[in-house]
Design a protein around this ligand. Structure first.
Ligand SMILES: [Zn+2]
Ligand SMILES: [Zn+2]
Length: 129
C-alpha cells in the first residue's frame, strides 16, 4: 500500500498492493523525461487508483508504452507498457517509501557519461539480467 501524487496535487493516487523494491532505469528516454535516471517501483495496473487525475496526461513515447505525468506541474509519475500487467510508479511521487530500497540499475549501457554508479547494486544491460 502506498499513496502519492505530483508536485501541485492535480494528480493523487494510491497503490493497493504490496510494493517490492524499486529499480533505477538509465535509458535515454527515462533520463530525458525525468531529468536524470528514473527510479520507479512496479505495481499491478489494477492496483493503481486515482483520487485526483485532472492533471494526469499520458504521452505515448513508443509504439508499446506510455509515460504518465502531470500536465499542470510536469511531474514524472508513471511508465506503463501496453502489454503486461504492470505499471512503474515513480519513487519521487510516493508520499512515504517505507523501507523500500533500490535493488538494481537497468539499461546501464545507455547511462549518461556524466555520472558514476558506485552503490554496489547489480547492473543490467537492458531490462533483463
Ligand atoms: Zn501536478
Ligand atoms: Zn528507462
Amino acid at each position: 500500500m502506498a499513496s502519492g501524487g505530483c508536485l501541485c496535487g492535480a494528480v493523487r493516487f494510491r497503490v493497493e498492493a504490496e510494493l517490492r523494491d524499486p529499480i533505477a532505469c538509465h535509458c535515454k528516454q527515462c533520463r530525458q523525461q525525468s531529468g536524470h535516471f528514473f527510479s520507479a517501483v512496479p505495481a499491478p495496473k489494477t492496483a493503481l487508483h486515482f483520487e485526483r487525475d485532472d492533471g494526469l496526461r499520458w504521452y505515448r513515447h513508443t509504439d508499446t508504452a506510455m509515460r504518465g505525468f502531470c500536465g499542470e506541474c510536469g511531474s514524472s509519475l508513471f511508465w506503463r507498457g501496453d502489454e503486461g500487467p504492470g505499471v512503474m510508479v515513480a519513487m519521487g511521487a510516493l508520499d512515504d517509501t517505507g523501507d523500500m530500497k533500490l535493488c538494481g540499475h537497468y539499461w546501464v549501457d545507455f547511462m549518461g557519461d556524466y555520472y558514476d554508479i558506485d552503490d554496489g547494486l547489480p547492473h543490467h544491460e537492458g531490462l533483463t539480467t
